[in-house]
Design a binder for this molecule. Sequence first.
Ligand SMILES: N[C@@H](CCC(=O)N[C@@H](CS)C(=O)NCC(=O)O)C(=O)O
Length: 237
Amino acid sequence: MPHALTLISHPLCPYVQRAAIALAEKGIAFERIDIDLADKPAWFLQISPLGKTPVLLVDGQPVFESAVVCEYLDETFLPRLHPEDALARARHRGWMEFGSAVLNAIGALYGAPDEAALAVRAGDLRRLFVQVEAQLSDRAEAGPYFAGSDFTLVDAVFGPVFRYFDVFDRIGDFGVFTGLPRVAAWRTALAARPSVAGAVGADYGDRLRAFLHARQGALAERARAMPPPAPAAAMPA
Ligand SMILES: N[C@@H](CCC(=O)N[C@@H](CS)C(=O)NCC(=O)O)C(=O)O
């Protein structure tokens, strides 16, 4: 019997997007409920032990933590997005975790208090992507995805990562991907993948810019120098 699946979400959350991408890749129907993370509803706090999105409700039972949600989906619904081989699968899990480290570095970028810190944090991000470039160079297959021609959960993690840069690129040139051709090609391939493109609303860019506008710091300062986007819901860091 099919499960009733509900993804408790926030329109900007990159961790939510991982789950939405995995669901779309598997062709699974689900309901998506966006909440305001700046004013968390009581019902959400009852089902989310850490008070974070995403939560996947499976027949009413909450599963929390995006990596766990993705693993559950992969064990339950075809096609598999993890490699069959246990060692390859373990290595993919490592790169999913690496993707979370990149998200933390992105958080540090938009938290940079001044231009000097912004440059340092862009450099930190670049160093992470230099490691990704080396990993992509070691692929047995040429691409276009992390492991070659098959889309995997690592791709589901990095699609939302790269999406931030579609907005950052309009704010300034941070040089994060300069001289990293495999990373740049992977970014382009993921942006074109329907599951990745469809994991956010059409207003994602405006929402992210509104989020940045409302913050303190150097990136916010630069974002405010651009024409103002439409107002959007706040998202805590
Ligand atoms: N490790 C968690 C991280 C999820 C996370 O940080 N979600 C953010 C939104 S993108 C959140 O809910 N923040 C609200 C809060 O921390 O209060 C996961 O992978 O699911």
